[in-house]
Design a protein. Structure first.
Length: 264
């Protein structure tokens, strides 16, 4: 395909993706708004500060309208995820070889699962961070949570956790590419743990210690899992190299070439 044809296809894929997100926003905004809003409000309702009524406050005339649009945007993007993920894969995979397509499908599936796992973990532990933030000032303070700031906190936290949980995908890719071995990963574990802690401190939007630990500890555990996966991959690679008669040749050594013509 020419460059213009690639650009036309990209425009088509983007148009279909945005159309699907728009339809998802319309469905969520008109039909599923209250269930999605209750789902996003649930972490706050699990805190002691929320009380029985679990009310969030609005301080602007247009805040409820903008909040409805934001909730519809979040729900519509998630609802249309199968469509825009398929459009992304359909645009990329034709340029790949058969083996590369298998790798791409595996990385896409792994990235989706890990991102969803990170979002789920953030949703289940978010109330602990909220509890700390809403009570850290001590007695004599009354917290009136604003709906706009609360939704920003929820969406940024879930996105940050999902992004942090994609870190193993990068490590496995580097190992498969031969740029990072299991032995090297195991040898640099101290530096990696410090790096994971620094990454968690930067990504957490609330910067409270509970949310920081909730992100850092699972990612550190996933790093240990990546070392195990890399060890298995390196083991298979060593076995294949042992069976290859040309694998032991040095960089300056010429491989054997049979000058005789092969039979037709």
């Amino acid at each position: 395909m020419s460059l213009a044809e690639h650009l036309y296809e990209l425009r088509y894929r983007l148009a279909v993706s945005f159309l699907a997100i728009g339809v998802g926003m319309l469905v969520v905004g008109l039909l599923l708004y209250q269930p999605v809003f209750d789902f996003l409000r649930e972490p706050y309702c699990r805190t002691e500060v929320a009380g029985k009524q679990c009310e969030l406050y609005v301080r602007d005339i247009f805040a409820q309208f903008s909040m409805r649009l934001r909730v519809a945007g979040i729900g519509g993007t998630v609802l249309a995820a199968p469509v825009w993920l398929y459009q992304l894969g359909a645009f990329i995979t034709p340029a790949l070889h058969r083996k590369e397509k298998r790798y791409a499908a595996g990385f896409l599936a792994g990235s989706t699962i890990l991102f969803g796992l990170g979002v789920t973990f953030a949703y289940l532990t978010m109330d602990k961070g909220l509890e700390f933030l809403l009570q850290v000032g001590g007695d004599g303070l009354v917290t009136l949570p604003d709906i706009t700031s609360y939704l920003s906190f929820v969406t940024l936290t879930m996105f940050a956790f999902g992004t942090a949980f994609l870190f193993p995908v990068v490590l496995v890719f580097l190992n498969l590419a031969g740029a990072l071995s299991a032995r090297r990963m195991a040898g640099m574990w101290r530096a990696m743990l410090v790096g994971i802690a620094a990454m968690s401190a930067v990504l957490t939007p609330s910067t409270d210690p509970i949310t920081f630990l909730a992100m850092a500890l699972p990612v550190m555990l996933l790093y240990v899992v990546c070392i195990g996966i890399a060890w298995l991959v390196d083991r298979v690679r060593r076995r294949r190299a042992a069976d290859d008669p040309l694998a032991g040749l040095g960089d300056d050594e010429a491989s054997y070439v049979d000058p005789r013509p092969s039979p037709l």
